[in-house]
Design a protein around this ligand. Structure first.
Ligand code: ADP
Ligand code: MG
Length: 605
């Protein structure tokens, strides 16, 4: 208080010892406390001026920082890893994810209550995407999983597991006050060493030998598929995937492989079509009279409605006798017939349109031996153009050969409960379509995702033909290599590299755990094999044993592993170098309201 301050400051000239004496003699407790403070200040030579706190952040801002923050981030990542670890490998289990979000939204907007969408999946990237993680640090793991998916297509669970395990082993170092930068440097070194080692031991096959290459591609696809729902049909599907990718041109554009799903039938009834295929959406009267098969037809691709307009349109006509009305009707027919005539004259044998092709037009075409299909979805029409050539026309006035597409064979076929228009032998682009059959919708969707993984793997392997053995073999080899290397360096780096070496063992360990094997026993035997120089020894999932997985043909592209290790170490380094999270009170504003709105807020009665 100013009064007390003043009375103390009177004594400023006094010796500190004297001041201490005053402190003891005075009866006022506040004065005594102030003297105390003053004496301490004089002793430490700190100025007595008290600084007002500097306000930098808005009130309500939540900051947490330092070591506890790093550890809490690591803990969050461990929880995410727990969520996906049980899906790894051929014996991994699937996850069923219900999207409750859709349900909530529909109630909120007063619409019909919808059932949330359910997804059954084994794919790391899909699960991570659907988990809707909000923790800022744990989101990094989602990102690396998605980037692995985009980059190589497979290994999306492995990358998350590796990152989590690396972070776990770094946690002890953080707790022991090792500076995060030292850890980050160690991790970078580990990534470089591992990649160099993979490149060193990866096996290359002769690209020129088409049969050998196809064999290799099939095996890589089979390994990717062996951990999916369609594992039992992996030979069937790996052949299909390799054939599909072989259909493409050098750039291997992914969108040239169409995947169509037809419910019903068995998985083995799925088939690969060398060309474009799409579902017929609508049939008009007269359609059954049309021919369903043409060789080398000309194909007209239109965006024109070929239908008689009903009178409901908004034009108003005043007519006072029947003849006038007849003229109007005749004119409309004349316009339509004119269009139809031009199309038929152009020589097109197959007419596709984005817009409806009505009864009259269908019968007209049927009489003149022309096939037609209306309401073709946009993306299917686009794929047809890219495959068969031609261009979409919005008028019939210039239907020349240059805008008409063509193909070797067109036919309409019944597949399951749907009719498919199928174009094969397409001249322009190399395309193919996979038609998937199967029971439940979720099952077909997961099959599609699995095929996507396998297709990506095959594309990758064609571009980069180095392969390594899977089933934990390459991870065990890296672990041994890093452990040996760590003995040649000194200091903290040695401990970090040795710890990451141990973290690499998470993949074989999890493969064993998911299969219900005794992981300790198997890992010990694997370590022994690798120490003896058996670099491709990994887990034998079929026989609860260890086996040379290169001989067992569990092959994976080296790119999958290189990408996974880079992604995992980068993510771990990123999480370790964040030591402060600042949460702005506003950042929660986008969160959905916690409860349903009450009365009077637009809810329907
Ligand atoms: P990811 O999303 O990471 O690809 P998966 O569930 O597909 O996860 O599991 C991949 C792991 O399973 C890889 O480490 C791979 O080596 C291993 N794996 C695949 N097939 C076999 C097999 N037949 N025997 C042993 N391990 C296998
Ligand atoms: Mg996989």
């Amino acid at each position: 208080r100013p009064l007390f301050c003043a009375s103390v400051l009177d004594h400023v000239t006094l010796h500190v010892a004297q001041l201490a004496e005053i402190k003891q003699q005075t009866t006022s407790s506040e004065l005594s406390a102030f003297c105390c403070l003053f004496v301490r200040c004089c002793k430490t030579k700190r100025p007595l001026v008290m600084q007002a706190p500097i306000i930098l952040l808005k009130e309500g801002t939540d900051t947490s920082q330092g070591k506890p923050q790093i550890i809490s981030n690591i803990n969050a990542c461990e929880v995410v890893v727990d969520a996906v670890s049980s899906t790894l490998g051929p014996r991994g289990l699937d996850k069923l994810i219900v999207d409750g979000h859709g349900e909530w939204r529909s109630i909120y907007h007063g619409a019909v209550r919808q059932q949330g969408k359910t997804t059954i999946s084994n794919d790391g990237a899909t699960i991570m995407k659907l988990l809707d993680i909000v923790h800022p640090a744990a989101k990094t793991l989602v990102d690396i999983s998605l980037s692995q998916d985009a980059e190589v297509g497979d290994g999306t669970t492995s990358v998350v597991l590796l990152a989590g395990e690396i972070l776990k082993c770094c946690k002890t170092f953080v707790e022991d006050n090792v500076h995060p930068q030292i850890l980050v440097r160690g991790l970078r070194k580990v990534a470089l060493l591992s990649i160099a080692r993979i490149k060193e031991i990866a096996v290359h096959v002769k690209r020129e030998d088409v049969k050998e290459m196809d064999d290799l591609l099939k095996k890589c696809a089979a390994t990717a598929l062996s951990s999916k729902v369609i594992a039992r049909q992996k030979d069937f599907f790996s052949q299909m995937v390799v054939d599909a990718v072989r259909h493409l041109d050098e750039l291997l554009p992914l969108n040239m492989i169409g995947i169509k799903k037809v419910k019903g039938g068995s998985l083995e009834e799925s088939r690969l079509i060398d060309g474009v295929g799409f579902k017929k959406t609508f049939s008009y009267a007269g359609f059954e009279m049309q021919r369903k098969k043409y060789t080398q037809p000309k194909i007209a691709l239109l965006n024109i409605e070929l239908e008689l307009k009903a009178e409901k349109e908004n034009a108003e006509l005043r007519i006072d006798n029947v003849e006038e009305y007849q003229k109007v009707v005749d004119a409309e027919w004349a316009i339509l017939y004119d269009k139809l005539e031009k199309i038929v004259d152009s020589g097109a044998k197959v007419v596709l349109s984005k817009l409806p092709i009505g009864d009259v037009a269908t019968q007209y075409f049927a009489d003149r031996d022309v096939f037609c299909a209306g309401r073709v979805p946009d993306d299917d029409l686009r794929r047809t153009i890219q495959a068969c050539g031609g261009a979409i026309q919005t008028s019939v006035s210039s239907l020349s050969d240059t805008v008409l597409g063509t193909c070797q064979l067109f036919q309409e076929e019944q597949i399951g409960g749907d009719r498919f228009n199928i174009f094969t032998g397409c001249p322009e682009a190399k395309t193919c379509t996979i038609i998937l059959r199967g029971g439940a919708e979720q099952f077909i969707e997961e099959t599609e995702r699995s095929l996507h993984d396998a297709i990506m793997i095959v594309r990758r392997t064609i571009k980069n033909d180095a392969i390594v053995a899977g089933g934990g073999a390459i991870e065990m080899e890296l672990s041994k290599y890093l452990r040996d290397y760590s003995k040649t360096v000194a200091g903290k780096e040695q401990l970090i590299i040795a710890a990451v070496a141990e973290a690499m063992e998470v993949i074989p360990r999890q493969l064993c755990d998911n299969a219900g094997f005794d992981s300790m026993n198997i890992l010990n035997r694997l370590r022994q094999k690798h120490a003896e120089g058996g670099k491709w020894f990994g887990v034998d999932i079929m026989n609860e044993d260890v086996a040379d997985n290169f001989d067992a043909c569990v092959w994976e592209p080296a790119m999958v592993k290189i990408n996974a290790i880079t992604g995992a170490t980068e993510a771990a380094a990123l999480i370790l170098s964040v030591d402060e999270t600042i949460k702005n009170p506003k950042s929660g504003a986008n969160d959905p309201p916690p409860a349903l709105p009450g009365r009077g807020r637009g809810r329907p009665m």
